[in-house]
Design a protein around this ligand. Structure first.
Ligand SMILES: [Zn+2]
Length: 674
C-alpha cells in the first residue's frame, strides 16, 4: 500500500459501506427477524465448513480469508459436530501440486528420473479404487491409510445444502445480501472509477493486452476456429491427397477417395459448407450442437482431423493443436487449458492418449491439459461395451492409479500426467434423470440398468476417485489433479450443489442466477467459475441475459473462456497470423457490458488464479505474493488491477463473512447463563 490516495479511499469507502449498510440493514429496517438471520448464518457457515472439508481432502483450493472466518466461528464453539467427518484425516498442506513447466532447453518428454515402482495392490470397491500395501493386506481387506470417502456422510452433507437452498429465510437473507453487493459495487464504481483508472495509468509497461489471460475452458477438438480448420483441410489435401488416412471397416481410403465419396472438392469448401458453426438452430438443441463437430456433416472428417487414435495416429489433430499452441506462444500472454477425452469404454484409452501426446510432441508451455469424461454410460451399456457403471469408472481411474504406483511400467502415461492438471465432466445437463442420488442408490457395481446415472452420482464417484488418487500422488511427491466439471449450464440447480461439495471450480454456472443461496455460497467460498457467454448465446442463454457482468460486479470469482472456438468464434488472423478467440470473447463482453479496463484485468487475473498453471508460473504472472488475499497479494505492475479494486473486494468479502460469524457468536453468547 504505497499510495496515500488509497488510504483516503479506504476511509471514505468504509464510511459509505457502513452508512449504506445501516440504512439497508439497520435494526428497524432489517428485513428478516433476528432469529431467521441467525439461523441463516448458521446454515451458510455449515455449508462453508462442508465445502472446506471436501476441498481439503482432495487438495482443492479454499480461500484463506473465508477459512480464517471459519476458524473464528469455530472458536465460538460452533458446529464442532460438522468437523467429525469421513475418516479422521485432514491433510496439513492442502494445496494442489502442479508440475512446473520445463525450462527452455529441457526435454518435456524426458523419461529420466521416473520414480520406482511400489507394486501396491489396487482394487475397486463400490466404484472407488482402494490401495493395498501388498497381496496379504488385500486378502485381509486392510487398505493403505489414505482418506476414502464415505457415501453416507456425503449424502448427509449434500442433503444439508439441498435443504438450505429451499429454506425461505435463508433465501431471503442471501437474496438481500446479493442485492446489497450489487448496489455496493455500483456505488464503488461511481466513486472510484476515475481513481482506479488513474492508478492503472500510472503503471508502466502493463495494459490489458499484456496481462496474462488463461482460456480456462476450451475443448481440444474445437480449439481451432472454423476458418483455421478449413484452411488446414485444404492444405492437407494439397500435400496428402494420395495418403491413406482412413480405415473404414477394413477398407483403406486415401484423402482423395474420402472427398470423392463425399462428392466434394476441398478447393470449393467454404466455412458455410464446412458447417461447424453454431447459431440459431442449435439454441436448446445440444444434439444439433454435438453434430457440429462433424465437418460438412461427415463423421469421416471428424475421424481424420479431430481424433487422436485414428489411422494416421492422430497426426492432423496434433498438428492443428500445435498451430493453436504456436499462436498462443507468439502472443506470449495467452494460455489455454484444452480438454481431451477419456471415455471409460476400455482401459487402453490412457495408454493410447499418452502415446499420442508424446509421439506427436503436443506439449506447449502455453497449454495445460484437462481430461474430460463424457457422461455417456448409457450409450456404452446399450452397445454392450461395459457391464456396469463400475467398469466405466475402473477404465477411467485404474490406469491412473497404476501409473502412480508403478510409473516405471507406464512411462508415457507418467510423463503425460505431468501436464494434465484436472478432470472435467461433460455432457448435456438438461437431460433429465429419474433417479434420485442418495446413499441408498445402487453401488456402481450394481448399476447394471441401461439408464444413465444422474449428474450427482457421476460427480461423487469422480470426486471420490480423484480424492484418493490425489492423496496417493501427494504421498509420492507427484502432481495432483483438480476436479473442474461443467456445471450449471442447464438442467437442475441441484447440479450446482453437488459441485459446491466436489469441484475445485466449475465451467458455466449460469443457473446460479436461479438460486440466491447457491450464488451467495459460491461468492463466500470464491468458487471460480469459467464463463463462456458466446457459447451460451448459441446454446442456452441469450447474451444480453447472461449473468457474467452481474456476477463479476457482486464479486464472484469469474473468468472468461471460449468453450469451442470452432463453433462460436470468428476472428481469423491478425497481422502476425494469430487467431484470437479469447480476445474476441473479452472484446464482445467489454463492448456489450461497457466493462472498464480494471474489470477486464480483474477477469484476466481471476483466470490465472483459477487455472491449472503451476505455482511458479502464477508467481511470475501475478506477483510473488499472489496467494495473499486483498491488495497485499496484488502486484499491479503485473496484473494491472487497481489496488482500490482489490481493497474493495477484500473488505467486502470480510464484511459479509463477519456478519455470519457475528450472528453465530451472538447466539453463543446469548445462550450462556448470565
Ligand atoms: Zn464446454
Amino acid at each position: 500500500m504505497n499510495d496515500i490516495g488509497y488510504g483516503l479511499f479506504l476511509k471514505r469507502e468504509r464510511l459509505i459501506s457502513d452508512l449504506t449498510f445501516k440504512r439497508l440493514c439497520g435494526k428497524k429496517l432489517f428485513p428478516i427477524t433476528v432469529e431467521d438471520y441467525e439461523q441463516a448464518a448458521k446454515s451458510l457457515l455449515k455449508a462453508l465448513f462442508i465445502r472446506e472439508k471436501y476441498s481439503k481432502l482432495a487438495y482443492h483450493r479454499f480461500p484463506r480469508t473465508t477459512a480464517q472466518f471459519l476458524r473464528s466461528a469455530e472458536n465460538a464453539k460452533y458446529l464442532n459436530s460438522v468437523l467429525l467427518f469421513l475418516i479422521n484425516f485432514v491433510p496439513s498442506n492442502h494445496c494442489a501440486d502442479i508440475c512446473p513447466c520445463p525450462h527452455k532447453g529441457e526435454d518435456p518428454y524426458s523419461m529420466n528420473d521416473i520414480p520406482e515402482n511400489l507394486d501396491f495392490e489396487l482394487k475397486m470397491r463400490d466404484g472407488i479404487i482402494y490401495v493395498y500395501d501388498n497381496a496379504e493386506a488385500l486378502s485381509k481387506n486392510r487398505p493403505r491409510c489414505l482418506p476414502y470417502p464415505d457415501l453416507e456422510t456425503f449424502a448427509m452433507d449434500l442433503s444439508h445444502v439441498l435443504a438450505m437452498i429451499a429454506d425461505g429465510p435463508t433465501k431471503t437473507y442471501c437474496h438481500r445480501r446479493l442485492n446489497f453487493l450489487g448496489s455496493k459495487f455500483y456505488l464503488h464504481e461511481m466513486l472510484n472509477e476515475m481513481a482506479e483508472l488513474k492508478e492503472l495509468k500510472g503503471v508502466p509497461h502493463r495494459d490489458f493486452y499484456n496481462v496474462r489471460k488463461v482460456d480456462t475452458h476450451i475443448h481440444a477438438a474445437a480449439c481451432m476456429n472454423q476458418k483455421h480448420l478449413l484452411t488446414f483441410i485444404q492444405s492437407t489435401y494439397k500435400t496428402d491427397a494420395e495418403r491413406v488416412v482412413l480405415d473404414k471397416a477394413g477398407q483403406r481410403l486415401t484423402l482423395k477417395q474420402v472427398f470423392n465419396n463425399l462428392n466434394m472438392d476441398p478447393y470449393d469448401l467454404t466455412v458455410d459448407s464446412l458447417d461447424v458453426h453454431a447459431g440459431r438452430q442449435t439454441f436448446h438443441r445440444f444434439d444439433k450442437f454435438n453434430s457440429k463437430y462433424n465437418p460438412v456433416g461427415a463423421s469421416e472428417l471428424r475421424e481424420i482431423y479431430l481424433k487422436t487414435d485414428n489411422h494416421i495416429k492422430g497426426e492432423y489433430f496434433a498438428r492443428l493443436i500445435k498451430e493453436v499452441a504456436h499462436d498462443l506462444e507468439e502472443s506470449k500472454y495467452q494460455h489455454a487449458e484444452p480438454r481431451l477425452s477419456i471415455y471409460g469404454r476400455s482401459p487402453e484409452e490412457w495408454e493410447s492418449l499418452s502415446h499420442w501426446f508424446i509421439q506427436q510432441k503436443v506439449h506447449s508451455p502455453n497449454m495445460r491439459w484437462i481430461i474430460q469424461v463424457p457422461r455417456i454410460y448409457d450409450i456404452f451399456k446399450s452397445r454392450k461395451l461395459i457391464a456396469n457403471f463400475a467398469k466405466m469408472l475402473e477404465n477411467i481411474f485404474l490406469p491412473l492409479f497404476e501409473a502412480t504406483v508403478n510409473p516405471q511400467k507406464h512411462k508415457e502415461l507418467h510423463v503425460f500426467l505431468k501436464y494434465v492438471t484436472g478432470f472435467d465432466s461433460v455432457d448435456d445437463e438438461s437431460k433429465h434423470s429419474d433417479h434420485m442420488f442418495s446413499y441408498k442408490s445402487p453401488k456402481p457395481e450394481q448399476w447394471t440398468t441401461d439408464d444413465n446415472p444422474p449428474y450427482s452420482y457421476y460427480l461423487f464417484h469422480m470426486y471420490a476417485n480423484i480424492m484418493v488418487l490425489n492423496n496417493l500422488r501427494k504421498e509420492r511427491g507427484l502432481s495432483t489433479f483438480q476436479f473442474r466439471p461443467h456445471c450449471g449450464e442447464a438442467g437442475s440447480i441441484t447440479h450446482l450443489v453437488s459441485a459446491f461439495l466436489t469441484a475445485d471450480n466449475i465451467s458455466h454456472g449460469l443457473n446460479l442466477k436461479k438460486s440466491p443461496v447457491l450464488q451467495y455460497l459460491y461468492y463466500l467460498a470464491q468458487v471460480p467459475i469459467a464463463m463462456s457467454p458466446l457459447s451460451n448465446n448459441s446454446l442456452f442463454l441469450e447474451y444480453s441475459k447472461n449473468p457474467l457482468r452481474e456476477f463479476l460486479h457482486k464479486g464472484l470469482c469469474v473468468s472468461l473462456s471460449t468453450d469451442d472456438p470452432m463453433q462460436f468464434h470468428y476472428t481469423k488472423v491478425s497481422t502476425n497470423n494469430i487467431r484470437e478467440a479469447l480476445m474476441e470473447e473479452y472484446a464482445i463482453a467489454a463492448q456489450l457490458w461497457k466493462l472498464s479496463t480494471c474489470d477486464l484485468c480483474e477477469i484476466a487475473r481471476n483466470s490465472v488464479l483459477q487455472s491449472g498453471l503451476s505455482h511458479q508460473e502464477k508467481k511470475h504472472f501475478l506477483g510473488a505474493d499472489y496467494l495473499k488475499d486483498g491488495p497485499e497479494g496484488n502486484d499491479i505492475r503485473r496484473t494491472n488491477v487497481a489496488q482500490i479494486r482489490m481493497a474493495y473486494r477484500h473488505e467486502t468479502l470480510c464484511n459479509e463473512l463477519s456478519f455470519l460469524v457475528d450472528a453465530v457468536k451472538s447466539e453463543v453468547l446469548g445462550s450462556q447463563p448470565e
